[in-house]
Design a binder for this molecule. Structure first.
Ligand code: URA
Length: 243
């Protein structure tokens, strides 16, 4: 694959910009500057630098982000900065035949929710992970305004009816973790679902953190606002329906 095409596919800008980056000597492969935009390389896991910043070729992007509070999971946020501003420009610009450029978040977290977000530019993967039919479990650590009691836990497990939604929803798992906290696992993702479920049992969410998707736990070393590529193993774990 030509170097200029590799840069284009990874989101380093329009083709003429990628051509210019190489011609101006701003791209190095294996430590050596390459100034021929048409030089051919095997792209698979090719490591290169653009303006001194390292990048590794990925045919499709699958990344994990530790979302901090105070960011909206939206390309067009209304009041808070977008989570996409936490990602480097190439991840936001990757060309995507016929659809929005860049990686897309798989499922939304509210502005005040922290934790695990997976993003990708693989439409098939996004569709499968977002489909309610796929039932990927997502675990939330919930802090509440009022004490949690057994009755609330039982009702969350048995099913509660949300305002404006006649079909009851229930937690796949719910464990009290403290006087004012619980771990709740959901296999669907309705709007504000955790907050609405806690409201339905007479409590109120004061803190919400997503700690797991499928079998993929938020890595301890990933600090709030940080992102990294997902390995193939981790990708399989994120799509795992096992509870
Ligand atoms: N449920 C909510 O209420 N908010 C989130 O951010 C995620 C799940």
């Amino acid at each position: 694959m030509q170097l200029q095409e590799i840069l284009y596919s990874q989101g380093f800008g329009p083709r003429r910009v990628c051509l210019g980056l190489v011609e101006h000597g701003l791209v190095s492969v294996a430590g050596s500057r390459v100034d021929d935009p048409f030089a051919e390389f095997d792209p698979d896991e090719l490591a290169f630098t653009v303006e001194g910043k390292p990048w590794t070729y990925h045919a499709k992007a699958y990344v994990i982000l530790h979302k901090p509070a105070g960011y909206e999971t939206s390309q067009k946020p209304s009041a808070w900065p977008s989570i996409y501003t936490l990602l480097p420009a190439p991840l936001r610009q990757r060309p995507n035949k016929g659809s929005t450029p860049g990686v897309q978040a798989i499922g939304r977290l509210d502005q005040d929710t922290t934790g695990l977000l997976v993003l990708s530019d693989d439409g098939v993967f996004i569709h499968r992970m977002s489909s309610p039919k796929h039932h990927v479990p997502k675990e939330y650590q919930v802090e509440t305004a009022d004490p949690v009691d057994e009755r609330q836990v039982r009702r969350l497990l048995e099913g509660v009816v949300l305002v404006d939604d006649p079909k009851p929803v229930r937690a796949a798992a719910c464990v009290q973790t403290g006087s004012h906290s619980l771990a709740l696992t959901l296999t669907e993702g309705k709007y504000h679902q955790v907050k609405r479920m806690l409201a339905a049992v007479g409590n109120r969410v004061t803190g919400l953190h997503r700690s797991r998707i499928g079998r993929l736990e938020l890595p301890r070393e990933l600090r709030q606002g940080e992102w990294r590529w997902l390995s193939a193993d981790e990708l399989g774990m994120a799509a795992d329906r096992g509870k």
